[in-house]
Design a protein around this ligand. Structure first.
Ligand SMILES: [Zn+2]
Ligand SMILES: [Zn+2]
Length: 228
């Protein structure tokens, strides 16, 4: 199955695509499950409009593609979510900047998201380098995430918006049987996301390869946390 849990539309300040046009393009690529995850700073006060739009399209295209209504949360001081938000409106959120020293999470993701009422994914983060830098026990840390239902994203982006840069941690993880074994053992679910911002930049083969990799290694696909 081709599952992509990270995509942007014009609701993100850096995105451009009309949601319906993006969805139609994804259908032509054979994407079967798509999570739209616009930035909270782009959605701003339009949470209801955004959710109604994506859910309306989910219904309209339900015979062709399964859609999820997500959000991507920046946790840098100037853009952090408002205190007390629970994100109950969304199917899930992707959280950014875990390994960033400036992040208001201060490295403690589980404490930060404790009141969130939707599944949480860790966006584009080199989790193993983060664990090492923090001096954490990998087994224990990964299990803690898995037990809370947090998932980890393998961001397979390669496009104009991100300067055609691949995420090195993804390549390393796909080659490291050691890291794969730790993730598998912990029960941590993993998502594949292209993080597209322009539909013409989409490389479906990267998303398909990511999903195949999860299936082949027996690592739990995060989509299982969303389809309930
Ligand atoms: Zn991001
Ligand atoms: Zn993104």
């Amino acid at each position: 199955m081709i599952i992509d849990l990270h995509a942007h539309t014009r609701y993100s300040w850096c995105g451009r695509d009309d949601p319906a046009e993006l969805i139609e393009e994804m259908i032509t690529h054979g994407v079967e499950v798509l999570g739209i995850t616009d930035h909270q700073r782009g959605i701003g006060e339009d949470v209801q409009v955004y959710c109604d739009t994506i859910r309306g399209l989910a219904k309209k295209y339900e015979d062709k593609i399964r859609l999820f209504c997500g959000v991507e949360l920046c946790t840098l001081p100037e853009w952090q979510p408002k205190q007390g938000e629970t994100f109950a409106e969304y199917d899930y959120c992707l959280i950014e900047n875990l390994a960033d020293k400036e992040s208001v999470m201060c490295g403690d993701l589980l404490a930060y998201v404790k009141d969130y009422q939707c599944p949480v994914g860790i966006a584009h983060t080199d989790l193993f380098s983060f664990i090492k830098a923090k001096g954490l026990d990998a087994r224990q840390y990964l299990k803690g995430l898995a037990d809370r239902g947090v998932f980890w994203e393998l961001n397979v982006n390669y496009d104009s918006i991100h300067g055609y840069q691949e995420h090195a941690y993804v390549k390393r993880f796909m080659e490291s049987e050691y890291e794969q074994a730790l993730v598998k053992e912990s029960g941590l679910a993993v998502s594949i996301g292209f993080d597209g911002h322009r539909k013409e930049d989409y490389l479906v083969e990267r998303v398909a390869a990511g999903n195949d990799f999860l299936q082949k290694t027996g690592i739990k696909n995060a989509v299982d946390l969303l389809i309930r």
